[in-house]
Structure formats: structure tokens, C-alpha cells
Design a protein around this ligand. Structure first.
Ligand code: ZN
Length: 178
């Protein structure tokens, strides 16, 4: 896997139509928003808005709209339009599902264990230990899902450094730049 640096102009519309992950011809484009660091307020709003988007939560849509409105006043972000082939179009979505679904499941078990012990006279310690165990497994899974994905290692005013990109994409990008 290769590491590439993309300028803001390239991120927004300047990439070859070759899959980011394997180098096959791209069949779809996915957008990923990166927050440019330096403004905590924008970063915070962006983070909450992203978490809502992560969950595909219906109730989150109006809140998200409101947050995006707030964010646009202080906006400092850049959108990557990323090319993927049929096989890899789920590259980011399924990782999102692992991360969001795993967190929801571990919180569900943790809260369920606590409620069960309060209302049903279960052993509180057991419920807590099981919940924490599942939560720790989720932490490990989330780190693995992130590290094996195409992810940014640096974000600046000028662009983003991406890790986990296919060598063939990196080569196509070099040709494309000439
Ligand atoms: Zn691919």
C-alpha cells in the first residue's frame, strides 16, 4: 500500500478514475469530508455532525442540518471525491457500520446489564464486566478497522496525506499529474 499527498484542488475534482484501493477502473465516487485543524469550534461541530452521519440516524437529520448551518459560518473543511471500483465501494461504509454498530451494541449490553441488576436483582459486577469486555473488544475492532482503511495521516491548509492507497492508484496519479 502506498501513501500519497493530495492538494485541495486534486481532492475536490482532480483524481484519475481509478479505484483508490486496488487500481481497477472506478465505477463510483464517494465523498469524505476532512476538517482542517486549527479551529476547535468548527472541529467540534464537524465531529458531532459526522457522528450523526455515521449512524445514519433519522432523528439526526434535522440536528445535522442545524449543525452544518452553524459549521458553514466557520467552515474550514475540504471534501475528497474518492474513486472506487464495484468491489471496494463499501470500503468506508462497512467500516463505519462496524464502528457505529459495535459501539451501539456494547453500550446496549452495558446499560442492559446495569438496568437488569437494578430491576431484576442480577449481579451488578457481572453485567458491568461483560459490558466493559465487549466495549474493549469494540475499541480493538475500531482501531483495526481504521488502521486497515484508507485514512489520513496529516491534514493541513494545503491538502491531505492518505495512507492505505493502492500502488496502482499512486502510479496512475503520477501519470495523471504530468
Ligand atoms: Zn477496487
Amino acid at each position: 500500500m502506498a501513501e500519497i499527498q493530495l492538494s485541495r484542488a486534486e481532492m475536490e475534482l482532480g483524481l484519475p478514475s481509478v479505484c483508490l484501493r486496488c487500481g481497477a477502473p472506478a465505477t463510483s465516487w464517494q465523498e469524505k469530508v476532512y476538517e482542517i485543524p486549527g479551529n476547535e469550534l468548527t472541529g467540534g461541530l464537524g465531529f458531532i455532525s459526522r457522528m450523526l452521519r455515521f449512524g445514519d440516524v433519522v432523528i439526526g437529520a434535522p440536528t445535522q442540518g442545524f449543525l452544518q448551518l452553524g459549521q458553514s459560518w466557520f467552515r474550514k473543511q475540504v471534501t475528497l471525491k474518492a474513486p472506487f471500483c464495484d468491489t471496494h465501494q463499501g470500503h468506508w461504509p462497512w467500516r463505519r457500520r462496524v464502528i457505529v454498530g459495535g459501539l451501539a451494541a456494547s453500550l446496549f449490553v452495558l446499560i442492559g446489564g446495569i438496568l437488569g441488576s437494578v430491576m431484576g436483582g442480577w449481579d451488578l459486577a457481572t453485567g458491568f464486566v461483560v459490558g466493559m469486555g465487549i466495549f474493549l473488544c469494540w475499541c480493538v475492532a475500531a482501531v483495526i478497522a481504521h488502521e486497515t482503511s484508507i485514512h489520513s495521516t496529516a491534514i493541513t491548509e494545503n491538502g491531505v496525506t492518505l495512507k492505505g492507497v493502492s500502488e496502482r492508484f499512486a502510479a496512475s496519479l503520477n501519470d495523471y499529474r504530468r
